[in-house]
Design a protein around this ligand. Structure first.
Ligand code: TXD
Length: 313
């Protein structure tokens, strides 16, 4: 029997998720959206069914408003919520998106209690905290997608700057999904060689800054709405790691209980993703400077999570 992928939200990211999940034959796909938009999403589902003959995949793709249709899903990717408009911070979305996450958590808890859940909705680190709290799912079953995207952006900018293949750029970005995320130049390599020897400190500083502001750079260009191709691919990489037990090490917003000195907070850390979900958080020693930056992003995420707590979550 095919696996079942529940996509909660069939907007910009949701539609690309559906296309990629189909093209990778991850399973059958159910896209759930609100009544006022579901006909559009039904159209997207049908369009993707009609793409199958040339896309060379077998998958049943439907759209619905009804959580009973996600019953037994193996994976749930949650993009339901509002995206940013130019001039907005991710935190400006909190009040509206927290209500949406509440509804989604109830639906998934009731109908797909075994799904590996990947939250994408912003403000990411706080929304995954709320989703986990409301579902009560084990911590390995819930994570947030941000670090995988932030790392993709970091790698892409380095490849563009040095004019080399992105395939040869390896690195990691830790911390919350915001302007104080922590790219780690010390641990970044290009063809196995240290970035710190291939780029000047000024170049690295520029790359760090561009990565931190990458989401905002795109929001400014769009005016309304945010990035969708790269976020979708990043979430699919995480879903695939789980479904195929690939044992990938990916930066994810995972629940830290002492790791990196963080307690009770979801924040971007290197995680081993396997058929067990977030099998473990991998800890490494940070330099004093890296630790100071990490503490700053922890403080930002703590502030946003405290806002959720003040609202009763
Ligand atoms: O790295 C990351 N985590 C992110 C996060 C990178 C980029 C964008 N990120 C956030 O993802 C963004 O700030 C938003 O909060 C979400 C989704 O972004 P997207 O661009 O896909 O937004 P859309 O196009 O508005 O799609 C959201 C869909 C839309 O179809 C709504 O009708 C639907 O969500 N929606 C719902 N679906 C189900 N249930 C409820 N309650 C609901 N409310 C809205």
């Amino acid at each position: 029997m095919r696996k079942k992928i529940a996509l909660i939200g069939g907007g910009q990211i949701g539609q690309i998720l559906a296309m990629l999940a189909a093209m990778k034959e991850l399973g059958d796909i159910v896209i759930l959206d609100v009544p006022s938009y579901v006909n559009v999403v039904k159209g997207k589902a049908l369009d993707l069914m009609e793409m199958a003959p040339h896309g060379d995949y077998d998958a049943n793709i439907i759209a619905t408003t009804d959580y009973t249709d996600v019953t037994g899903a193996d994976v749930a990717i949650i993009t339901a919520g509002k995206p940013r408009e130019a001039g907005m911070t991710r935190e400006d979305l909190l009040n509206v998106n927290i209500q949406i996450i509440k509804e989604v958590a109830e639906g998934i808890k009731k109908h797909a209690p075994n799904a590996f859940c990947i939250v994408v909705t912003n403000p990411l680190d706080a929304m995954v905290y709320v989703f986990h709290k409301l579902t009560g799912f084990p911590k390995n079953q819930v994570c947030g997608m941000a670090g995988t995207l932030d790392t993709a952006r970091w790698r892409a900018f380095i490849a563009m700057e040095l004019n080399v293949s992105v395939a040869d750029v390896a690195g990691i970005v830790l911390g919350g999904h915001g302007p104080d995320m922590v790219p780690l130049p010390r641990l970044t390599t290009v063809g196995g060689l240290p970035l710190t020897e291939l780029a000047t400190p000024e170049q690295i500083e520029r790359l760090v800054h561009r990565t931190r502001e990458a989401g905002t750079e795109i929001v400014k260009l769009f005016g309304k709405g945010s990035a969708f191709f790269s976020p979708a691919w990043s979430a699919i990489v995480m879903a695939e790691a789980y479904l195929k037990d690939k044992r990938r090490i990916l930066p994810c917003a995972a629940l830290c209980e002492g790791e990196y000195g963080v307690n009770g907070l979801f924040i971007g850390v290197p995680a081993l993703i396997s058929a067990k979900g977030v099998e473990k958080i991998i800890e490494i020693k940070l330099t004093d400077e890296e630790r100071a930056m990490f503490e700053k992003t922890v403080a930002s995420v703590t502030r946003t999570v405290n806002e959720c707590k003040a609202l009763g979550y």
